[in-house]
Design a protein around this ligand. Structure first.
Ligand code: HEC
Length: 203
């Protein structure tokens, strides 16, 4: 009698616990489903994009003088064909070191194209003045032109990047013909930007 009662009490208690557990699980399931449905309708909230924090310390003039001009000169001087009484003499990169130096210069050029696209870079130092007044614009006038035609400026800078990529591919392929052709394109790139932003009144 006693063990029998005990078992019945135990069963009832056990069944009750199971029922509570079942109800709780059901509630959790319903809640989860509701939340999932509710969330599906909402646009996922993208985290705000990280803002670029460039510090354009060097001026455009600095980049030209220390980075772009020397690298471009190295490209143009890499292949030199001279006419001699004995015929044409071609001077071209031969050693691994010579090709490596050219690779470095091509990378400087193409990344300089990106540096020129960073906004708010000063054109020149505050005390800088035009070397050829009347032909070369003053830095303040160049800056005003860049502000007036930001797209043209960005395109010219991008073109420098792209010409640098052409040079890099020529160097990596050790292709002298491609180096010469790329050199012409590079030259046009400098000229396009200069004739628009630096000496626009030069005939
Ligand atoms: C996106 C435009 C742009 C491109 C591309 C560009 N330049 Fe310039 N460059 C300028 C501007 C603007 C100045 C004038 C800055 C100043 O001196 O005030 C300048 C000035 C120069 C100067 C004179 C720097 C000095 O000491 O006063 C040299 C040299 C030069 N560039 C070489 C080059 C060469 C070489 C290339 C191509 C490989 C080139 N630039 C491509 C915009 C450009």
């Amino acid at each position: 009698m006693l063990p029998e009662l005990h078992r019945r009490v135990h069963d009832r208690f056990g069944a009750g616990t199971r029922r509570v557990t079942f109800c709780l699980s059901l509630l959790v399931l319903i809640a989860t489903t509701l939340m999932a449905v509710a969330c599906e309708d909402r646009e996922p909230v993208a985290p705000p994009p990280p803002t670029a924090d460039f510090q354009p310390t060097a001026t455009v003039e600095d980049l030209m003088r220390v980075m772009i001009d020397p690298a471009a000169d190295a490209m143009w001087d890499a292949v030199v064909v001279t006419s001699t009484p004995d015929g044409l003499e071609e001077q071209r990169p031969e050693t691994d070191d010579e090709w490596l130096a050219l690779e470095r210069d091509a990378i400087l050029l193409l990344e300089a194209g990106n540096l020129l696209q960073i906004e708010h870079r000063p054109v020149a130092a505050p005390d800088s003045v035009s070397q050829l007044p009347g032909v070369d614009l003053e830095p303040a006038d160049i800056a005003a032109r860049i502000v007036a035609s930001p797209d043209a400026w960005q395109r010219s800078a991008r073109e420098l990047h792209d010409a640098g990529v052409v040079m890099l591919e020529a160097v990596q392929a050790r292709n002298v013909e491609a180096l010469l052709a790329g050199g012409d394109r590079l030259d046009a790139t400098c000229e396009n930007c200069h004739s628009r932003f630096w000496y626009p009144s030069d005939p």
